[in-house]
Write a protein that binds this ligand. Structure first.
Ligand code: ZN
Length: 282
């Protein structure tokens, strides 16, 4: 059993049949942008086990018989306050549920004022249509939920991981824009980029904002996003192992210089990759 589980949070729930389900979380006070590891234990095998978070159901991974793990998160734009994480399933034929309340705490994000040439900040209609279609296509990829393949610890996508700008509230040429939902890592063009965990390539193509972009599905609703690549060496559908080279740092798309824009999506939203890499290994 790992360190983060030292504090067992949440009361065990007793099923009518006497089956018992309990739930524990890696933190009960996650801040905006924090990932949360959830562990569920039962005194028997649980059928149809799902993790309930933010009005959706997510699959969990069996670690050993009767013990399951899931990864959820608090989106950088979520409201602060109490929220409930629950697990539900069938144990000995009876419905069981266990839940734990967490308190989402605020986090201060930087405000970043950027001045960009007009051509990088204002777009004609055809470009706006392209941007909208590309965003819709990416969210379609993010909506697929496959069996969990990720494992802690996650591997940073570059050897010299120096993150900046997560959650930055951006003001571009005086106009407030969406918060920056990823980190930017400034590195020379050509620096190798690698997979943070096992998975399957869910998207590998060129986009207006992201330039050459790769999204990897790590299962269970967990995705990693890599933008502005100089090149990529993977194709959609390809199976990927943790540490595999997927491409290299570049400045394609809307980028002012070579850097890796790296984001992570988990059930519940966009989380701070740096907090993900801080999760201890099992
Ligand atoms: Zn970025």
């Amino acid at each position: 059993m790992c360190c983060w589980l030292a504090v067992i949070a949440g009361a065990p729930a007793l099923a009518a049949s006497g089956g018992m389900l309990s739930i524990a979380v890696s933190t009960r006070t996650p801040a905006l942008g924090d990932p949360v590891v959830v562990e569920v234990s039962a005194n028997g095998a649980v059928d149809n086990l799902v993790l309930r978070w933010k009005r959706a159901a997510w699959p969990m991974r069996e670690i050993v018989p009767g013990r399951y793990e899931g990864l959820i998160g608090v989106d950088l734009d979520d409201p602060v306050g109490p929220a409930v994480v629950a697990a539900e399933g069938l144990l000995g034929g009876a419905r069981v549920r266990a839940e734990v309340e967490v308190t989402i705490s605020p986090r201060k994000f930087a405000v970043q004022e950027l001045t960009l040439p007009k051509g990088m900040a204002e777009f004609d209609n055809a470009t706006l249509v392209r941007i909208g279609a590309e965003a819709a296509e990416l969210s379609r990829r993010f909506s697929r939920v496959t069996p969990p393949r990720w494992r802690t610890p996650f591997l940073p996508p570059v050897e010299e991981y120096r993150p900046a700008n997560f959650g930055a509230r951006r003001v571009i040429n005086g106009h407030p824009r969406m918060p920056h939902s990823a980190v930017d890592i400034t590195l020379p063009a050509g620096t190798p980029v690698r997979a943070i965990a096992d998975g399957q390539v869910a998207f590998a193509a060129e986009q207006f904002f992201g330039g050459r972009s790769v999204v990897i599905d790590h299962g269970g609703g967990v995705f990693s996003v890599h933008f502005h690549l100089k090149d990529f060496s993977v194709a959609e559908g390809q199976e990927i192992s943790r540490g595999d080279r997927i491409g290299s740092v570049g400045a394609t798309g809307r980028a002012t210089g070579p850097h890796l824009h790296f984001g992570v999506r988990v059930p519940g939203g966009r989380v701070d990759p740096t907090r993900l890499f801080a999760l201890p290994g099992r």
